[in-house]
Design a protein around this ligand. Structure first.
Ligand code: T5A
Length: 210
């Protein structure tokens, strides 16, 4: 009898407009066409009640303290933990657009303490790989519709990039830096090869928590 092999938790992180949505969608299609059971997920998930409060905050329609919005972003991930765990254990690979590291990076960029920000993320599922789409701010601000949401300002984005740099440096074992200033096709070429390898490598390994 063959046992079910688990799916991989693949996360894409990066500053606003770094190409996460484009690449996670491409990756999802790619995995499906290569016979890998896959699901595309996005955080924040703006569909739940918590997600709708986050959306109102990001659109500048609602004000919340830095601590409250931080905890709402985290709670939004906890809302989907069980579903993610069940999917992974049933062999589905999850391709996730932003995760706990965005939660930490944006709140630390606003001045909150790193450890305080990380604490409520503990117990969520640890990604098998994080792909950090990295490009200079001047490059990203020229992409479509930059500036429409609360955090899309230069000072904030530079601070966020610093925190991502710091985290990627300290977690080199599962973080991969991708040059996001390349063409979409070149970024995807880099990503897709590595992701297929990771999906194969982790099949027999247990899930771990942050
Ligand atoms: N946030 C999020 C927190 O503070 N805490 C948290 O816990 C979480 C999860 C919303 C905000 O919430 C914050 C971070 C954010 O400020 P979001 O909805 O993911 O999060 O916001 P964005 O990152 O801005 O999402 P976008 O969809 O706008 O950007 P993407 O996904 O990075 O980029 P994408 O693929 O949509 O591309 C943007 C534009 O660039 C073009 C695309 O065609 C598109 O026009 N593009 C390229 N152009 C040239 N070359 C390439 N390689 C390109 N790749 C994409």
């Amino acid at each position: 009898m063959t046992s079910i092999q688990r799916g991989a938790l693949i996360v894409l992180e990066g500053c606003d407009r770094s190409g996460k949505s484009s690449q996670t969608r491409l990756l999802y299609d790619f995995l499906c066409t290569h016979g890998v059971s896959a699901k595309h997920m996005v955080f924040p998930n703006r569909n739940s009640d918590i997600g709708s409060s986050i959306n109102a905050y990001l659109k500048n329609c609602k004000d919340l303290s830095d601590e409250v919005i931080h905890l709402l972003f985290t709670a939004n991930r906890w809302e989907y933990k069980k579903e993610m765990e069940d999917l992974l254990n049933s062999g589905t690979t999850l391709v996730v657009d932003r995760y706990s590291y965005s939660g930490v990076a944006y709140s630390v960029a606003k001045g909150l303490d790193f450890d305080w920000c990380m604490a409520p993320e503990r117990g969520l599922i640890r990604p098998d790989a994080v792909f950090y789409l990295k490009a200079p701010f001047e490059h990203l601000m020229n992409r479509g519709n930059f500036g429409g949401e609360r955090y899309e300002v230069k000072d904030m984005q530079l601070k966020v990039a610093n925190v991502f740099d710091h985290i990627s440096e300290s977690q080199k074992d599962f973080w991969h830096i991708i040059d996001a200033s390349q063409t979409k096709d070149a970024v995807f070429e880099n990503l897709s090869t590595k992701v297929l390898e990771i999906v194969e490598q982790i099949k027999e390994t247990p899930l771990r928590n942050l």
